[in-house]
Design a protein around this ligand. Structure first.
Ligand code: ATP
Ligand code: MG
Length: 581
């Protein structure tokens, strides 16, 4: 879809409002063009020819113009604002939905800041293009053409003069605006830099304090501020220069119109009324000239935003949108068949992985950091597609299943527990939206959150995050565990789910974990091997390959097994530390 087609599609539901806005804006323009003509009539007809009978009706029209102008202005402001808000809402919603449907690959490379900027600034720019800029293009053009026509009707030579002045006016604008923008950009860049650095140092103020760098930080802050201030000063000077030159051209032109006009009036080729009208229309031509020149710039900027929005719209979507089948039930049989996967070309993460898991089995994944354990979870969730081989769930190729339906049967307690800025209750309810309060409470207690909840006056309804309490990593892990318990999935992935719990809490949670893991297929990723001794299969991975596989006893029975070595190292008491007396 091209830009124009998109604009048309977005504007279609608001066509009526758009037309009203255009009519009202044209009304404002026409009313504005009336008064010079009426004043010219008063001068020429009433004063010049003594037609006093015309004074009253003309004065009446003249006096009613501000009222008319007010009505048109109000209608136009109201409609344009409303139209703008609706458009921003529509485009933002559309984009927000699309962003959620983008692939993990895209989302992981896109920074949150960039996405937010598109949702905020770029959407605003495009909305501006669709309403303010397009409308003002129409209105300014009409205003300029009408003024020009009226002036040409009154006097061709003076019109030519004003056209030359308008040219100079625009040239002056172009000359300065280029420089002003450059300085503005530099200023904004410096300020961004300044505030992001200040933000970083303030957030990390503990580090500044730890190393006693307060002085250096202040000095660097002053230095940067000083540079920014100098740039701002230049910006003000340029602005001043622009204003002076523009006024010079405009007032020079005004003077020339008056002089030439008066001369023509004295010679009898022009009426005095026409001279005043010409002088008034001159201003009405200069202003649109600048605005039209400015518009091309704004349209250019809006096009950049449009490019960025379209880039999001055309990005690779997540598997969730693709059609697929739903099975009557999911028992949780998983088979990785010769799966090869890489995030980035040339850096294979999983190499010809073969793994079969019966429904209800618990598989433990063990291996060095970076060997691809979490990646297995990513593939199970179908966040990424393997480059070769395939995954089978209950005997069906994962790519033939309806992803939305399939993901509902999975739960993950991630390595990096994420909680949202809302209450504990809603955080847990994220696991299953239709759960009752009792179920949520049970899940929380099963995940050993009971002691925490009992200590909070608001219990489950305690807000978290910016406006509430801050949880420790261990507490957040338990929260994610409660979410998984509530979700009651067929396939459960525990990625270092208890890594941040102390041994005591871990023992307390073991029972809940055991209950959680029965009757479903489980993938347990753990560095602490004591937690996985009861797994049905222990898979030892190294650099994307399976090195060893078997139960705890089988692997321990082999004297040369890496697992045995690792297990013995972890369970040995470690080197004795001599305590100085
Ligand atoms: N989104 C990504 N884009 C590019 N490379 C990635 C991405 N995620 C992981 N990797 C790389 O893939 C490899 C395997 O990562 P993975 O997260 O599966 O390791 P892991 O076994 O879970 O490690 P850990 O025990 O530290 O959690 C690593 O080398 C990592 O750098
Ligand atoms: Mg990991």
């Amino acid at each position: 879809m091209g830009y124009l087609a998109y604009i048309r599609q977005v504007l279609r539901p608001h066509k009526r409002r758009l037309i009203i806005a255009i009519i009202a804006m044209l009304g404002v323009t026409l009313v504005g063009l009336m008064s010079p003509l009426l004043i010219a009539l008063i001068i020429d007809k009433v004063v010049g020819q003594g037609r006093y009978d015309l004074l009253f009706p003309i004065a009446l029209i003249l006096l009613s113009l501000p009222l008319l102008n007010g009505v048109f202005q109000a209608v136009s402001d109201y409609t344009v604002t409303l139209l703008g808000q609706r458009l921003v809402f529509d485009i933002r919603l559309d984009l927000y939905e699309r962003v959620h449907r983008l692939s993990c690959r895209y989302m992981q490379n896109a920074t949150t800041g960039k996405l937010m900027e598109r949702l905020r600034g770029d959407v605003q720019q495009v909305q501006n293009l669709m309403t303010n800029q397009t409308l003002s293009l129409v209105v300014q053009l009409v205003c300029a053409l009408l003024s020009l026509g009226l002036m040409a009707y009154l006097s061709i030579p003076i019109t030519s003069l004003v056209l030359v002045a308008a040219g100079l006016y625009v040239l002056n604008y172009k000359f300065f605006i280029k420089r002003i923008r450059r300085v503005q950009r530099r200023y904004r860049y410096k300020m961004d830099h300044l505030s992001s650095r200040a933000q970083e140092r303030l957030t990390g103020s503990i580090v500044v304090k730890t190393f006693g760098h307060e002085r250096q930080e202040s000095r660097a802050f002053i230095r940067r501020n000083f540079v920014a201030e100098r740039i701002f000063h230049r910006y003000r000077m340029l602005n001043l220069g622009y204003g002076l030159c523009a006024s010079g051209v405009a007032w020079g032109c005004y003077l020339a119109v008056l002089l030439l006009g008066t001369r023509a009036a004295v010679m009898g080729t022009l009426t005095y009324g026409a001279v005043t009208a010409l002088a008034a229309y001159m201003w009405r031509l200069l202003q649109p000239a600048i605005q039209l020149a400015e518009l091309s710039n704004q349209i250019q900027q809006a096009k950049v935003s449009m490019d960025r929005i379209f880039e999001l719209m055309l990005a690779e979507p997540d598997a969730i949108g693709r059609p697929g089948k739903r099975l009557p039930r999911l028992s949780g049989e998983v088979a990785f068949q010769n799966v090869c996967f890489q995030y980035e070309p040339g850096k294979p993460v999983l190499k010809h992985l073969n793994l079969y898991v019966q429904p209800g089995q618990t598989v433990a994944l063990v291996g060095h950091t970076g060997c691809g354990k979490s990646t297995i979870g990513n593939l199970l969730y179908r966040y990424y597609e393997p480059q070769a081989g395939h995954l089978e769930i209950d005997g069906h190729d994962i790519s033939t299943l309806d992803t939305r339906w399939y993901r509902r049967h999975l739960a993950l307690v991630p390595q990096d527990p994420i909680v949202f800025d809302t209450t504990i209750y809603h955080n847990i309810a994220y696991g299953r939206a239709e759960a009752t309060r009792q179920e949520i409470e049970q899940a929380a207690r099963a995940a050993e959150l009971g002691p925490l909840l009992d200590n909070l006056p608001q219990g489950l309804d305690t807000p978290l995050g910016e406006y509430g309490i801050t949880l420790s990593v261990g507490e957040r892990q338990r929260m994610c565990l409660a979410r998984a318990i509530l979700a009651d999935p067929a396939i459960l992935i525990l990625d270092e789910a208890t890594s941040s719990l102390d041994t005591q809490s871990e023992t307390a949670i073991q029972l809940a974990m055991k209950r959680l893991m029965t009757n479903r297929t489980c993938f347990v990723i753990a560095h602490r091997l004591s937690t996985i001794v009861n797994a049905d299969q222990i898979v030892v991975m190294d650099a994307g390959r399976i090195m060893e596989m078997g139960t705890h006893h089988q692997l321990m029975a082999r004297t040369d097994s890496y697992y045995r070595h690792l297990f013995l190292t972890q369970s040995s008491p470690g080197p004795k530390v001599k305590v100085a007396s």
